[in-house]
Design a protein around this ligand. Structure first.
Ligand code: IPD
Ligand code: CA
Ligand code: CA
Length: 271
């Protein structure tokens, strides 16, 4: 079977399991802080995906949020980048509005992206160079928009007295309004469908953006860090996702004046 079709089927199958597992007992643990949660379901979904991929493609590499492949030394061949549940807080508190996110890379280059909104049963997917889809519907290329006429995705926590708050506040002030969805992968696909003009966040891990980034690029959107560099699956980064026009405006008019403050990847991105 073609790798793309295999990956698509696998993500849907993981979603079926997830819907079943969430009807059983959910154990919640904290990770780096009391608000950083992980559940047995996050771990089970990642383990399911890893076991299946390893059985079918033993030579493939896998980076998964819940512990797999964090010390990869090469991106040669196929690398899967997996977030078993993106939006764990939504999963725990809402039982909805979370996604399985999978990015597949060939020699470090985008090959295919999948973001599955599990409870809405909506799969966003793209094979690089062949367009992006919401389920079986081809997504149109996103139009350019102005900040003043756009909704911007941003988590309000970043506007609550963080070191980076003074950089981000003017963007929200000058936008039409802000929205926060609680799942980076879903926010990136909301930009890919044109529902959001942009999504901005100071710190994401590769598994948060890998799948969505590939979908976004297929509709003409762009993703970089706060100083305009491309995102890479080898390290965390600050993230601006948008249609080309709004991305350019945010970068040049709102980030560039703070270049010295933003350039080094240091503690003010940590919250
Ligand atoms: C988180 C979500 C959230 C974003 C955080 C991520 P998780 O992922 O994407 O929206 O603001 O930075 O860590 O922990 O739910 O997989
Ligand atoms: Ca995540
Ligand atoms: Ca996660």
């Amino acid at each position: 079977m073609h790798l793309y079709d295999y990956a698509k089927g696998l993500v849907l199958e993981a979603g079926n399991h997830l819907r079943q597992w969430m009807t059983e007992a959910i154990d919640i643990e904290t990770k780096s802080n009391p608000n950083d949660l992980v559940t047995n379901v996050d771990k089970a979904v990642e383990q399911f995906l890893v076991d299946q991929i390893k059985e079918t493609y033993p030579q493939h590499q896998i980076i998964g949020e819940e512990g797999h492949g964090h010390n990869l030394t090469t991106l040669e061949g196929i690398t899967w980048v997996i977030d078993p549940i993106d939006g764990t807080l939504n999963f725990v508190h809402q039982g909805a509005n979370f996604a399985i996110s999978v990015g597949v890379f060939k020699n470090g280059e985008p090959y295919a992206g999948f973001v599955y909104d599990v409870m809405a049963d909506t799969l966003y997917h793209a094979k690089a160079g062949f367009g992006a889809y919401r389920n079986e519907t081809l997504l149109e290329r996103i139009p350019d928009t102005q900040l003043a006429q756009s909704l911007v995705g941003m988590n309000a926590n970043w506007l609550a007295g963080k070191k980076i708050t003074p950089v981000l506040m003017p963007i929200i002030r000058d936008s039409r309004s802000s929205r926060a969805y609680g799942s980076a992968a879903l926010e990136i696909v909301h930009v890919a469908t044109g529902q959001l003009g942009a999504y901005i966040t100071p710190r994401l891990q590769p598994w948060d953006f890998a799948g969505g980034m590939i979908i976004l690029e297929e509709v003409g959107g762009i993703a970089t860090n706060f100083v305009g560099q491309p995102l890479a699956i080898t390290h965390p980064d600050s993230v601006i996702v948008g249609n080309k026009e709004i991305h350019k405006t945010i970068l040049q008019e709102y980030m560039k004046p703070h270049e010295d403050f933003l350039a080094p990847w240091h503690e003010h991105y940590q919250g």
